[in-house]
Design a binder for this molecule. Structure first.
Ligand code: PMP
Length: 461
């Protein structure tokens, strides 16, 4: 009977593969090879940190899919919360002043977790919508204050903020930023460097690319906001230099510019604190969240704003002409509430910290063992490292080696899914961000697979 089951699984997989090739255009995928070869993996199930595919393989989900499945797969309590809310009332609008219980409760719960007076949320369906909303609300605030010219958004090289047109133009990764030639002259600033010259040193060699120099050039009366990820994710897991976020906060205060923290990856425990900014004790004016707010079990995002922003907007006596059909989706919010309840109940922020230390130790060990592995960095369960031909000479691998992709493929062969970043010449970064529920044995398994894969990679060199 096992044989029968296997062959029916196989024929189902091949049916899905040919349907996929014809009918599905995949995001962030090479369409030519997708159409030619079909899906690389067809997932069929998962529990905890593991995923299964239709060929009967099991993988460790080493990046929580898209850094979002923080509670891991097959979490029945989240499924139950969704079922109960759907059975009661799956969807209700929050337009026109309508409300419902899970949406209001989640708004209050999030206010209790955020730093400072970040106490009001505008819900969206994901990260891109949250950032677009943050840009609009920032501009709207300045308009209400009489500053109609304060419109520009400054963002960072290698920052990732999403793919809606405004978020796309704020993204500092060229392939995304330039896709299909969209433009927005007010958000054409993804060029500031992540550099310690924000600390105020004008003789710094990178001063030209600093946020401060852009403000000085453009004029503070033209700039609405600066957007930064507390830790850059999709740009290759880049930690801010010491003192950076505090300095940017100070800079924004000095020039009367909003600070938007994009917490889409960092938020809800990923980095070993509830929010990324909590590591550096700053309070941004807006905070974008998504992903970990529901662990990916429902599509939800939001922009959290400080009280002075809410108070100014609250003076506006006409319709706020912004909103998504799924702003405050009751089922998504019920899942979000349950998700946060579990994160707190099971001490998962603390676990992210502890397991992050184990991951850091493992990466140090691998760095000692493999001279081409360098710049290991971890904050909680958000980690990355570089592969370089000769780190001491700062020499990258030749692009033909495809170092990051090759290593990730070795890991895949051994049942570990992680992610390569090589969108710039000479860049070979690998990211690791497993679910927050991971335990010590599972972390050791990840390090072990990495070790074997690195050995295989080094053999190929
Ligand atoms: N901001 C950050 C920091 C992200 O990592 C992402 C998604 N990877 C987004 C925004 C966009 O979110 P979404 O894909 O949900 O629109």
């Amino acid at each position: 009977s096992k044989l029968v089951k296997n062959s029916s699984q196989e024929s189902l997989a091949s049916e899905l593969s040919s349907l996929d090739r014809k009918h599905l255009l995949h995001p962030s995928t090479n369409p030519k090879s997708q159409t030619q070869f079909g899906p690389k993996i067809i997932f069929s199930g998962g529990e905890g940190i593991h995923l299964h595919d239709m060929k009967g393989n099991t993988y460790i989900d080493g990046v929580s899919m898209l850094w979002n499945v923080n509670l891991g797969h097959g979490q029945k309590e989240l499924a139950d919360a969704s079922y109960q809310q759907m059975s009661n009332i799956a969807y209700a609008s929050t337009f026109y002043g309508y409300a419902n219980e899970p949406t209001v409760r989640l708004a209050e719960k999030i206010a209790s977790l955020t730093p400072g007076d970040l106490n009001t949320i505008f819900f969206t369906s994901g990260g891109s919508e949250s950032n677009d909303t943050a840009f609009k609300l920032s501009r709207f605030y300045w308009q209400l204050q009489g500053y109609t010219e304060k419109r520009k958004i400054i963002s960072l090289r290698r920052g990732y903020h999403g793919v809606t047109v405004a978020a796309q133009r704020a993204t500092g990764i060229d392939a995304y930023r330039n896709f299909s030639g969209s433009t927005d002259p007010d958000i054409d600033n993804a060029k500031a460097h992540l550099t310690d010259c924000e600390l105020g040193d004008k003789s710094h060699p990178e001063y030209e690319g600093s946020i401060r120099s852009i403000i000085e050039k453009e004029g503070k009366d033209k700039i609405a906001a600066v957007i930064v990820e507390p830790i850059q994710g999709a740009g290759g897991v880049h930690m801010p230099p010491e003192g950076y976020l505090k300095a940017v906060r100070k800079l924004c205060d000095e020039f009367d510019i909003h600070l938007i923290a994009d917490e889409v990856i960092c938020g809800f425990g990923r980095t070993g604190k509830m929010f990324g900014v909590d590591h550096w004790g700053i309070v941004p004016d807006f905070m974008s969240v998504a992903k970990g707010i529901t662990s990916g079990y429902a599509q939800l995002g939001g922009v959290i704003m400080r009280e002075h922003i809410r108070d100014t907007i609250a003076e506006y006596d006409d319709m706020l002409a912004h909103g998504f059909t799924y702003s405050g989706h009751p089922t998504a919010c019920a899942v979000g509430l349950k998700n946060i309840e579990i994160v707190e109940r099971d001490g998962l922020v603390e676990n992210a910290n502890l397991m992050g230390q184990a991951l850091e130790k493992g990466l140090h060990h691998l760095e000692d063992k493999y001279p081409f592995l360098t710049k290991g960095r971890t904050k909680g369960l958000l980690a990355g490292f570089d592969l370089m031909e000769d780190p001491e000479a700062n020499a990258p691998f030749d692009n033909s080696v495809k170092a990051a992709t090759t290593l990730v493929e070795e890991c895949y062969q051994r049942g570990l899914l992680i992610r390569p970043f090589d969108f710039e010449p000479g860049m070979n970064i690998v990211a690791i961000a497993p679910p927050l529920i991971i335990n010590k044995d599972q972390m050791e398994k990840i390090i072990h697979i990495l070790d074997d894969s690195l050995a295989a990679f080094s053999q190929k060199l």
